[in-house]
Each structure stands twice: as structure tokens, then as C-alpha cells.
Design a protein around this ligand. Structure first.
Ligand code: ACO
Length: 271
């Protein structure tokens, strides 16, 4: 495991996204990858370097990985985008919103797509991603949790989509999963009031799969990881593909898709 960790950490560092700059730590242990936001003294505030590091992890994720855990060190999962982005100085070496405002449309779109790439890969059918969320998950922090397949949360969790309160929109891939999880009316309520959603409500409206005491979060996540790893890998990938496509297909189309996936399974198992 130590060797794998060293290799993976080295990979990020070699690409210029060392932990010190990105605030991201990355470890691979067999079929499990763990991504840790590791700037607790700044409540795991996120920068472009954070999102670049996340994207690099997605690009280089070893094939054997089946479960990805995303967590944050310290009292908060993540306090969202680094507030220095709102200042004229910005984040050293990464600019500010003022510098972003000078980009042309194509340049701006490219920058946002680069940031979003750090989030999008967490939905791949080949993996199941779990956000382990304690304390504040604000703005980009909330969206990072939303980009994962599952959310296991501590009883002190505080989700807040603060972007509209700051004059922004949530643009780190969070709006679609939010609407799909809680419905349009509740998503409007949460985003357009920038209010905080606590553990009981998160569980009730489908933002969280499980709420546990703060001290039990790590164990709850590791139990879930073990359960996910206990099922057949290829069946898990095919089933996730089916579930992800279900909303876009008619019942008839979904039934056909089930048949196609099952034929491949039966052939693989018994052919
Ligand atoms: N960016 C940069 N630094 C931050 C951020 C942030 N988003 N959040 C907290 N910090 C820093 C604080 O400045 C402070 O630094 P200092 O010790 O050098 O003064 C340190 O982290 C601890 O912050 P506290 O506020 O003292 O921590 P506390 O636990 O009391 O509160 C909380 C945590 C509620 C998260 C609070 O820090 C907060 O409201 N942060 C800002 C949240 C925000 O507006 N984020 C932007 C959302 S929009 C988006 O993400 C696109």
C-alpha cells in the first residue's frame, strides 16, 4: 500500500499539483482510492489547483479501483471556493475572478470546463464514489459532495449552496444531481435562499444516504466500501450503467437495455 500511495502521490506532484498547492491528498489501496481535501486550517477551501488535481486523479485512476472516497480533514468537509478569488490579488499563481472576467468567451468556457473535469469523472460507471461529509459543505464543497454517487454524512453536516448569495451560479456540476436528488422545487428553495440544510433534512429529502454520529463517520464509510466491494465487479459496473441511464429511457427502452446487459453477464458467467 505504501508503494501505491507513493506512486500516486508522486504522479500528482510530478504534474505540478503537489499537495501543498492543491490541498489534495490521494491514496490508492488496492480497489479503494481515497481523496482527502487536506487544508483544514482553511476549512478545505478549493482553488483551481484543487480542481486540476482532482481531474488528474480521474485521468490516472488505476483500473483496479472500484470505490473512490472523497473526504475532508478537520471540522469542515469544504468551505467552498477560496474567498481570495473575490479579491483583486486572487490566489497566487491562479488568478482571481477579476482576471477571469477579462477572458474571452472561449477562454472562460475552457477554464470552467477544466474545473468541472475535476468533478465529472466521479460518476463513471466503473467506480462508486462516496462523499464522507462532516461539518460545512458550502458552495463548491456542496457541489463536490453532489458529484459523488453516495453521501454519508455526520450529524453536524451543514450543506449550503451559497453561490447565488454571492452573485454567482453553481457551476461545478452540482445543479443536475441536486435537482435529481431533491426535485426542482426543493432545489430552487435550497439554492435561491442559500439556506443551510442540516442532517435530518438532508436524510429526509435524499441528499444523504446515511447520517451517523460524527465519531462514527469513518467506520460507516468503511463499512459501505466493504459492502460495495462484496458484489461482483462486472455486475456492479453494468448495473450502475443501467441505473444511470434509466431516467433518460422509456420503460420499453430500459427493458431492452436490461436484456442486453444481462445477455453479456450470462455469457460471461456461463458461456
Ligand atoms: N476561502 C478561504 N479561506 C477560508 C474559507 C474560504 N472559503 N473558509 C474559511 N476560510 C479560512 C478563514 O479565513 C480562516 O482563516 P484564518 O484562520 O487565517 O483567519 C479559517 O479558514 C477558519 O475559518 P473560520 O471562519 O474561523 O472557521 P469556522 O469553523 O468558524 O467557520 C465556515 C467555518 C462557516 C465554513 C466559515 O469559514 C465560512 O463561512 N467560510 C466561507 C464560506 C463561503 O462563503 N464560501 C464560498 C462559497 S461559494 C463557492 O464555493 C463558489
Amino acid at each position: 500500500m505504501a508503494e501505491a500511495q507513493a506512486q500516486q502521490r508522486g504522479g500528482i506532484a510530478d504534474d505540478g499539483f503537489a499537495e501543498a498547492k492543491s490541498g489534495v491528498r490521494y491514496e490508492v489501496d488496492g480497489e479503494i482510492a481515497t481523496i482527502t481535501l487536506a487544508r483544514p486550517e482553511k476549512r478545505n477551501a478549493q482553488t483551481f489547483a484543487t480542481w486540476s488535481a482532482l481531474a488528474r486523479i480521474g485521468e490516472s485512476l488505476p483500473e483496479q479501483v472500484r470505490v473512490v472516497v472523497v473526504k475532508g480533514e478537520g471540522p469542515s468537509f469544504s468551505a467552498g471556493i477560496d474567498l481570495r478569488m473575490f479579491t483583486s490579488e486572487g490566489v497566487p499563481g491562479q488568478g482571481s475572478f477579476s482576471t477571469a472576467a477579462t477572458l474571452g468567451d472561449a477562454g472562460f468556457e475552457q477554464r470552467i470546463r477544466q474545473a468541472q473535469a475535476g468533478f465529472l469523472w466521479l460518476r463513471r460507471p466503473e467506480i462508486v464514489s462516496i462523499a464522507a461529509v462532516q461539518g460545512h459543505a458550502i458552495g463548491a464543497g456542496f457541489q463536490l459532495a453532489l458529484s459523488c454517487d453516495l453521501r454519508i454524512v455526520a450529524d453536524d453536516v451543514a450543506f449550503c449552496m451559497k453561490e447565488p448569495a454571492l452573485g454567482l451560479v453553481p457551476d461545478l456540476t452540482g445543479t443536475k444531481p441536486l435537482v435529481e436528488l431533491v426535485g426542482l422545487a426543493k432545489a430552487i428553495d435550497i439554492c435561491l435562499t442559500a439556506r443551510t440544510v442540516h442532517a435530518d433534512e438532508a436524510m429526509r429529502i435524499g441528499l444523504a444516504e446515511q447520517v451517523v454520529a460524527r465519531g462514527d463517520l469513518e467506520q460507516a464509510v468503511s463499512d459501505k466500501v466493504a459492502a460495495l466491494l462484496s458484489v461482483n465487479r462486472d455486475a456492479a459496473v453494468a448495473t450502475k450503467r443501467l441505473l444511470q441511464g434509466a431516467r433518460q429511457r422509456t420503460l420499453e427502452e430500459q427493458s431492452v437495455a436490461e436484456g442486453i446487459e444481462q445477455a453479456a453477464r450470462i455469457k460471461a458467467l456461463f458461456g
